[in-house]
Write a protein that binds this ligand. Structure first.
Ligand code: SF4
Length: 476
């Protein structure tokens, strides 16, 4: 597999974007109880959207364009256009959707610059004494939906959105139809290598500032934050550097876990009602509190709604304490394992990350295999590249990467780019999945033109049109 020289992967796209994933949790897909996901589907699909939409002040609303469904962090839809009032005032901007109007405040969107372009706040219930986004109209859906006799929440197939609901093929899919299957697979792999290379660049830059070991600690913690708490766990790793934690805990894992949990701001306040794990953690934390307290994060910096009990951040934080205290230090032991070869490295990383909660609150591993595989691909391999091992140019290393379960962004991009009925084999393999995410972040993520201004289709057409298949010198 040659993957390093293909089709000059899109160096024209320099923008850096957040890679944290998907905004709102999906739950109770087929329940009669509505979720935000149901409201997103209704807003997006004209077939579901009820007639008679109006602002909270009673002005009629007409949807010209519901916007692009945003699968990344930030508002739910980007670049919507609506007409408001009898004079049909044109309002353009992003759309945020909540069940309750007060969720805008609860989720602290006003303090988040990603939400500064929200001009439409869609809610289920009308706002009553709730702070609205500044400069935005509010459109409550409950009234119009109640006037639709055939409407049922259970009839909204939330799993079909957004990728299964696109009425027309995307321009990039049309352009890619001229490509051979081999070239499509190589294109995806090339984009995947580029994604890992960018991660390596970020780690290398950070390592020049804080050292390789600390850079790795921060990356690992960010990965343990999963999609909702990456920023908080990365910040915690910066507030509690690994070497300081190691020295303070004096090889005691429970003390290290107490320091991390206490500094995270998630440890419940002390009191006579404390029991079990929390009581034991406090027995250790109070001895160290004075030193770390002023570095502590606020509880508000964590997102805890929609997080399954087994995925609670405090469990991951405690698991990280185990990893941080192992000998030799993480960067040293990972580089030593890499020196043996790709297969040994793979086994070592999966073993190294098979961590159990030191507090024993859950029986299963606190870091499961799928998360460990994700860390291998997104952290360990870029770390090796950043450390000077040219693994991204070595087919033995690239072929070693285990496949992952596709996430929502990968499924969306595969469907959009490769078409509804593409062979699953086209996007099988870690590199191709990484490539789908790279294409999504480079082109779709910030596209507010509904594809009209996207340069990717023209690039694909030019690459395919330069010969009957893409030029030999551009091949992988
Ligand atoms: S924004 Fe570009 S890459 Fe994304 S679906 Fe549209 S044409 Fe394709």
């Amino acid at each position: 597999m040659q993957t390093t020289r293909t089709f000059e992967w899109i160096h024209s796209r320099r923008q850096t974007v957040s890679t944290s994933l998907v905004s709102e949790p999906v739950s109770r897909h087929h329940a009669e109880t509505p979720t935000e996901r149901h409201l997103q589907c209704i807003w997006y699909d004209p077939a579901l959207r009820p007639p008679g939409l109006a602002t909270n002040e009673g002005e009629p609303v007409e949807i010209e364009n519901p916007g692009v469904w945003n699968l990344e962090a930030g508002p739910d839809f980007l670049g919507a256009v609506v007409r408001v009032g009898s004079e049909r005032r044109r309002i353009c901007g992003d759309v945020e959707i909540h069940l309750r109007p007060a969720d805008w405040t609860h989720h602290r969107h006003s303090d988040d610059p990603r939400y500064s372009s929200v001009r439409v706040h869609v809610t289920l219930t009308p706002p009553v004494n709730a702070l609205a986004p500044v400069g935005a109209i509010c459109i409550p859906l409950a009234g119009p939906l109640s006037r639709c006799p055939d409407f049922s929440w259970a009839a909204v197939d939330v799993t079909a959105y957004p990728y299964a609901s696109r009425p027309e093929p995307a321009p990039c899919e049309l352009a890619l139809r001229r490509w051979s299957a081999d070239d499509i697979e190589r294109l995806l792999e090339s984009a995947g290598v580029e994604r890992l290379r960018r991660k390596a660049q970020r780690i290398r830059l950070r390592a020049t500032m804080v050292g390789a070991d600390q850079a790795l600690w921060e990356e690992l913690m960010a990965a343990l934050g999963y999609k909702h708490n990456k920023t908080a766990t990365r910040k915690l790793a910066q507030r509690v550097p690994r070497t300081e934690l190691f020295a303070a805990a004096k090889s005691d894992v429970e003390t290290a876990a107490a320091i991390l949990w206490g500094t995270s701001g998630l440890l419940p306040e002390a009191g006579p009602s404390l029991r079990g794990t929390t009581r034991r953690v406090w027995d250790r934390w109070w001895k160290h509190r004075a030193r770390w307290q002023e570095r502590a994060l606020s509880r508000d910096e964590w997102r805890l709604d929609g997080v399954r009990p087994l995925n609670r951040p405090e469990i991951r934080i405690r698991a990280a304490a185990v990893w941080a205290l192992r000998h030799p230090p993480p960067a040293e032991r990972w580089l030593a394992a890499a020196a043996v070869g790709p297969q040994d490295f793979l086994k070592h990383i999966l073993r190294d990350l098979a961590i159990h909660d030191p507090a024993g609150e859950i029986r299963t591993a606190a870091v499961g295999r799928s998360r460990a595989v994700s860390i291998l691909i997104n952290v360990a391999v870029p770390f090796l590249e950043a450390s000077g091992l040219p693994v991204l140019a070595d087919p033995h290393w690239l072929q070693m990467l285990p496949d992952e379960t596709p996430n929502a962004v990968e499924r969306q991009m595969a469907h959009t780019l490769l078409g509804r009925d593409h062979p699953p084999s086209w996007c099988r393999g870690a590199l191709r999945r990484q490539g789908l995410i790279q294409m999504f972040t480079d082109f779709c993520l910030n596209d507010r033109s509904r594809c009209a201004g996207c340069p990717f289709p023209a690039w694909l057409a030019a690459a395919a049109g330069s010969s009957s298949s893409p030029p030999a010198e551009d091949r992988l």
